[in-house]
Design a protein around this ligand. Structure first.
Ligand SMILES: [Zn+2]
Length: 99
């Protein structure tokens, strides 16, 4: 079995997108396909989270959720786990250097 290192999304509810593709809603967590729990350790079967293997977990803690957004809550533990990984891949970005 091939292990995928790209986290996908597990969410507490779902919405049909404009193109008919399921989109996550409610509470979203990062989930590695092939595992039966989220990155933060919630068992999918007991929490009744739905799996979205076609949706990559690419949320950031700076994301602002609006009322029009189907997603109401992004798990901070899953965010921290996936962002730590992303920070290693990206080079450091300088924030607004003074002139
Ligand atoms: Zn989580």
């Amino acid at each position: 079995m091939r292990m995928s290192s790209t986290p996908a999304v597990a969410a507490s509810s779902e919405e049909a997108g404009a193109d008919g593709v399921r989109q996550p809603g409610g509470e979203v967590h990062a989930w590695l396909p092939g595992q039966n729990q989220t990155v933060c350790g919630l068992p999918l079967s007991r929490t009744r989270l739905r799996r979205f293997p076609h949706v990559p977990f690419d949320y950031a803690s700076t994301d602002v959720l609006t009322e029009a957004d189907p997603v109401g809550f992004i798990c901070p533990r899953c965010l921290a786990a996936t962002q730590g990984r992303r920070r290693q891949e990206k080079s450091w970005v300088r924030h607004s250097p003074r002139p």
